[in-house]
Design a protein around this ligand. Structure first.
Ligand SMILES: [Zn+2]
Length: 300
């Protein structure tokens, strides 16, 4: 027992020495736990069918981002279609947001789903600021993501939307690819969910060091169609079983990406200045978590 008194400081010193002098070199940045692939599921409008979809995500341990029109909560509204039909939407009740979306991100989609191509800059800001204010009031959560109503956006609208403090804006311009956008405020998704199964195997088999994202978007009300619902179930089950894909909200992926942009690399030292987010690195001797405010001194 007596020897332990000498052993403990020695162990502490050795631990400190090892943590300061990793005999290793930097390979690449990764997502949490060394993953390099991510999945974002982004769903619009806040129709009552979100309840079933959020449950499907929960059952498969997947995270969704739900872009909501806060002025329609608890209402039923008719949407005239180009072919003369009218689609009636029932919207989720506002007092159930934290139950339905407990495990998911709540994001903005314009208070009244107005078309940003048809309204003034002031009205666009009003649409978003009202939506953000109501969503934050109803949930006590910070809103940092949005999807453009009807997918309509351009460079000047994106700049305007960025001025609200939102960190991303999703369009509906499918890229059919797994890369990142040039501008987070014009974030083009991989594909609509009706095509997601076509790209699933390609993503599951993707094996690259570079970070990627499979970005799927859609509407839960479209999944009332039985075939499409069954396809979505298949997609979620299969991708939910994949251990090497980070299922993440659009907001969390964006903040992680921003944290990576802030990393400082000077000589052999890598520092994470973030006050709240860990970032992950692949080193030649393994995966390393760099906690908020932490630095690592590499010693190759
Ligand atoms: Zn919409």
């Amino acid at each position: 027992m007596k020897n332990l008194r000498y052993l403990l400081p020695l162990v502490i010193c050795l631990t400190l020495l090892i943590s300061c002098n990793e005999k290793s070199s930097f390979v690449s940045f990764t997502y949490p736990e060394g993953k390099t692939k991510a999945l974002v599921l982004s769903y619009d409008d806040g129709a009552i069918e979100d309840i079933q979809l959020a449950k499907l995500f929960d059952d498969n341990k997947l995270i969704g981002t739900f872009n909501l029109n806060s002025k329609y909560f608890s209402t039923t509204r008719g949407w005239p279609q180009q072919n003369g039909d009218t689609i009636y939407q029932r919207y989720i009740p506002k007092d159930s947001l934290l139950i339905i979306y407990k495990n998911h991100e709540i994001a903005a989609h314009g208070a009244y789903h107005k078309n940003f191509f048809d309204i003034s800059d002031e009205e666009i800001l009003e649409e978003l600021n009202t939506d953000i204010e109501l969503l934050e009031k109803f949930t006590n959560r910070k809103v940092i993501s949005m999807a453009y109503p009807f997918g309509n956006a351009n460079d000047s609208i994106a700049k305007l939307v960025g001025s609200t403090g939102l960190l991303n804006g999703r369009t509906i311009a499918d890229t059919f690819a797994f890369g990142f956008p040039e501008n987070d405020m014009l974030w083009h998704p991989t594909c609509h969910d009706s095509k997601a199964l076509n790209y699933l195997d390609a993503y599951l088999n993707l094996n690259q060091q570079e970070l990627s994202v499979f970005y799927v978007w859609g509407h839960s009300w479209e999944l009332k169609d039985e075939t499409r619902w069954n396809n979505m179930v298949t997609f979620c089950k299969k991708i939910g079983q994949s251990r090497d894909i980070w299922s993440v909200s659009h907001g969390e992926l964006t903040t992680y990406k921003l944290a990576l942009d802030q990393i400082q690399m000077e000589g052999n030292q890598i520092s994470n200045p973030s006050e709240s987010l860990s970032v992950w690195l692949k080193l030649t001797n393994g995966i390393k978590e760099l906690k908020p405010g932490a630095s690592i001194l590499l010693n190759p």
